[in-house]
Design a protein around this ligand. Structure first.
Ligand code: NAD
Length: 336
């Protein structure tokens, strides 16, 4: 099998991690990178010896022969970049969300369907985290009985607020940027679509989010077609670090993933008492998941099979996020 020649678009907070992971992914080679920022390109050249560096995606695709592309550009570019790359005959991995509007998601779904020989994968990396995979197996094997409640918290550290605020104009809001992971997980674990949603929130610490008609902390309550419930909380102001925790309550058992978002298994006993340190970023908490999902993308190309996660999952999660945003802005319960 030939090595899959990969290009990465976007070398920011997550793009750097994906690019670095590709350098150690089996059957893959990091051949080209693209970012409008020269300093990010120089860093790629220096750290990974990448010689094909571009400031525009069009220039990259017309200059270098690639098999696959990993899109880690700002969310507002996803739809345009996915469509462009698929039409150029590349396999495509794209970070979440699929797109920032439902119309754009549906357009992407159509182009993906028209190119069945091209692998398309969406970066909902929690589905590739060993603990989430284990929980999914427990649920599928009936070990928790009937799942009746999904509870998901996704809270960024307040220490990362500067980057989050810089990115806010591209993010399409907390529900689509952060809570979209939990909407995807809720669908995945509960195996159903939601029928209603009510969302609330506010700017509790960072009034800057008001200019985007957004909150720094938001939450949503959902009912699903199989009567299951979900509660999702997304925020930007955790004092202790990167807090992603998930709970699935069933009729026979409850599963909790990361309910204490600990960095590792070490307990520190010192003058302040007994404590555990916390993960400080998505890169740290989901280090293994990010590696696994890129390896799965390459394996799918090599083995000529599509990944479990479909473009439609991206549309559905974005749809729920869009309706949550609407409910938050209009203070109304929405039937889906
Ligand atoms: N899975 C996760 O948990 C997770 C975590 C963080 C970010 N993300 C997603 O990854 C994407 C990037 O987020 P980030 O935090 O790395 O953002 P970022 O702002 O740190 O980086 C964005 C990168 O894209 C580049 N860029 C900007 N415009 C571009 C264009 N027109 N063409 C090509 N490149 C362009 C920027 O120069 C930068 O390198 C977003 O879609 C975000 O939702 C996912």
């Amino acid at each position: 099998m030939n090595t899959i020649r990969v290009g990465v678009v976007g070398l920011g907070r997550l793009g750097y991690t994906h690019a670095e992971n590709i350098t150690t992914t089996k059957n893959a080679e990091l051949v080209a990178v693209c970012s409008p920022l020269e300093e990010e390109l120089s860093r790629a050249q220096k750290e990974w010896g990448v010689t094909h560096c571009f400031t525009e995606i069009e220039k990259m695709l017309s200059s270098v022969k690639l098999d696959a592309i990993v899109l880690v550009s700002p969310s507002s570019f996803h739809a345009e970049h996915i469509i462009y790359c698929l039409q150029k005959g590349l396999h495509v991995f794209c970070e979440k969300p699929l797109a920032t509007s439902i119309d754009a998601c549906k357009k992407v779904e159509k182009i993906v369907a028209k190119n069945p020989s091209k692998i398309f994968m969406l970066g909902f990396m929690r589905r590739y985290d060993p603990s989430y995979l284990y929980a999914k197996t427990c649920i599928d094997e009936g070990k928790i009985g009937r799942p009746i409640l999904f509870r998901g918290y996704s809270v960024d550290p307040n220490a990362a607020i500067e980057g989050a605020l810089k990115y806010a104009a591209h993010s399409a809001g907390q529900f689509i940027d952060m809570a979209v992971h939990d909407f995807d997980l809720a669908r995945w674990f509960l195996k159903a679509e939601p029928t209603s949603i009510y969302a609330i929130g506010g700017c509790y610490l960072h009034p800057e989010y008001q200019q985007y008609d957004d909150g720094d902390n938001v939450s949503a309550l959902l009912k699903f077609e199989n009567d299951a419930m979900a509660f999702v909380f997304a925020g930007r102001t955790a004092a202790h670090g990167y807090n992603v925790e998930t709970e699935i309550v069933g009729t026979k058992a409850t599963l909790r993933i990361g309910s204490i978002p600990q960095k590792n298994l070490v307990e520190i006993l010192d003058q302040d008492g007994v404590r555990k340190e916390c993960s400080q970023s998505f890169n740290e908490r989901f280090e293994v998941a990010f590696k696994n999902e890129i390896q799965e993308f390459i394996n799918c190309i090599v083995e000529e099979r599509q990944p479990e996660i479909k473009a439609h999952d991206g549309t559905q999660a974005s749809y729920i996020a869009e309706m949550a945003t609407k409910s938050f802005k209009n203070n109304t319960l929405i039937s889906l």
